[in-house]
Design a protein around this ligand. Structure first.
Ligand SMILES: Cc1ncc(COP(=O)(O)O)c(C=O)c1O
Length: 394
């Protein structure tokens, strides 16, 4: 065995720091190995049905069969991906008002976030991105690894389970013209707390008056209040401001997680310049995005029957999540705010010790910060879940 000294002398990679393991992925293995009957998995953020499955959606299955039958070539598509997919998805995301947008297909919402971050870093090296706390844990690494500076602002008060909008605006008073403001379009991850229409308007005015670029992450359209309702805030902001960036994921609302389906749009009058640079960046990062999932979404959206069936199944998924939300909210006064929140997640006011005790003693699995995936519950196991939780909620 090499001593540490020798490794340090010899390794080309000794400049690297040891990275923490991904906590959520670790939970999957622990959950599987847990022998407790009635264990509950609220960890990883994927939709689950009443039987705990993450099914392939019916319209997706049908479109995959069509692809298998009809696809005649696997020839290259180009850095922009499947442009018909981008055009049809723009209709879902923006309705009819998508005329000043440059769009490309990306590998998932993560790819869109990264590509947008790289574009910003290319135009404004070292620009600061303002991120509310808490947020999806991958947000800061994506922007930081693109060379941007991270600034955080207060967003959510865990104790009251509400957005602290005043604190957010106070913190953003430090933002400078040319900074970027990251916003969750709907179904905030991990809190489930979305801005009101008035707060969105104030955010729009703030961006305008202070010269901030809004970067909207829309990863859960259709899983909050409906396809159009979940996009309304983003559409309003795009109407009010000259420039914006949107990272979109189809991985949740089409259940395509591992297929990596997303899109990046940039609203700007400098559209040719933006398009050329987005394509050059995509070319040097992944050359072109994977085709299968986007081709499936294209087929679903261009076929009226498949599209209607997709929308109906998405409605049912949303109804399941919101039904569970209401049941949870009614089950304990400290959980009442969950009924007003939306999307797959809620952030419980639990410290790491409580999270660990619930796992060990009750077989209840959640992210270390107390985030639960509501879709991992069933109406049947909510009483046992809340009974386990109650001692920690007082
Ligand atoms: C807020 C948010 N943005 C983006 C993503 C990325 O989604 P994708 O799997 O399409 O990369 C996720 C995934 O969990 C998310 O929660």
């Amino acid at each position: 065995m090499l001593t540490r000294e020798l490794v340090e002398e010899r390794s080309f990679f000794d400049g690297l720091a040891v990275q923490p393991a991904d906590g959520l992925l670790g939970l999957i293995g622990m959950y599987r190995a847990d022998p407790q009957p009635g264990k509950i998995d609220l960890g990883v953020g994927m939709f689950r049905d009443d039987l705990g499955r993450t099914p392939v959606m019916r319209a997706v299955k049908a479109a995959e069969a069509m692809l298998l039958r009809d696809q005649e070539t696997k020839s290259y598509l180009g850095a922009e991906g499947d442009l018909r997919f981008v055009e049809l998805l723009a209709g879902v995301a923006f309705g009819t008002g998508a005329d000043r947008l440059v769009g490309v297909q990306t590998p998932g919402g993560t790819g869109a976030l990264r590509l947008g971050a790289e574009l910003i870093a290319r135009s404004r090296p070292g620009a600061a991105v303002w991120i509310g706390t808490p947020t999806w844990p991958n947000h800061a690494p994506i922007f930081r690894d693109s060379g941007l500076a991270i600034q955080t602002h207060r967003f959510f008060d865990v104790a009251s389970a509400e957005i602290d909008f005043e604190a957010m605006i106070e913190d953003l008073a430090q933002a400078r013209a040319g900074d970027v403001l990251l916003l969750h379009g709907c179904c905030h991850n991990p809190t489930g707390a979305d801005f009101t229409a008035e707060q969105w308007q104030e955010i729009g005015r703030l961006c305008e008056s202070r010269g901030l670029l809004p970067f909207i992450d829309l990863a859960y359209q259709g899983l909050g209040d409906g396809l159009a309702a979940d996009a309304a805030a983003m559409r309003g902001l795009l109407g009010a401001l000259p420039e914006a960036v949107i990272a979109y994921s189809c991985d949740k609302n089409f259940g395509l997680y591992r297929e990596r389906v997303g899109a990046l749009w940039v609203q700007s009058d400098a559209s040719d310049l933006v398009r050329g640079n987005v394509l050059a960046l995509a070319r040097s990062i992944w050359s072109m995005p994977p085709d299968h999932g986007a081709a499936v979404v294209r087929l679903v959206l261009e076929n009226a029957a498949l599209r209607a069936d997709w929308a109906a199944e998405l409605d049912a998924m949303r109804a399941r999540i919101n039904g569970l939300r209401m049941a949870l909210a009614a089950s304990h006064e400290r959980l009442a705010a969950i009924g007003n929140q939306r999307g797959m997640f809620a952030l419980l006011p639990l410290g790491p010790d409580a999270v660990e005790a619930l796992r060990r003693e009750r077989g209840i699995y959640m992210a270390g910060n107390g985030r639960i995936n509501i879709a991992g519950l069933t109406l049947d196991n909510i009483p046992a879940f809340v009974a386990g939780l109650a001692p920690y909620l007082s």
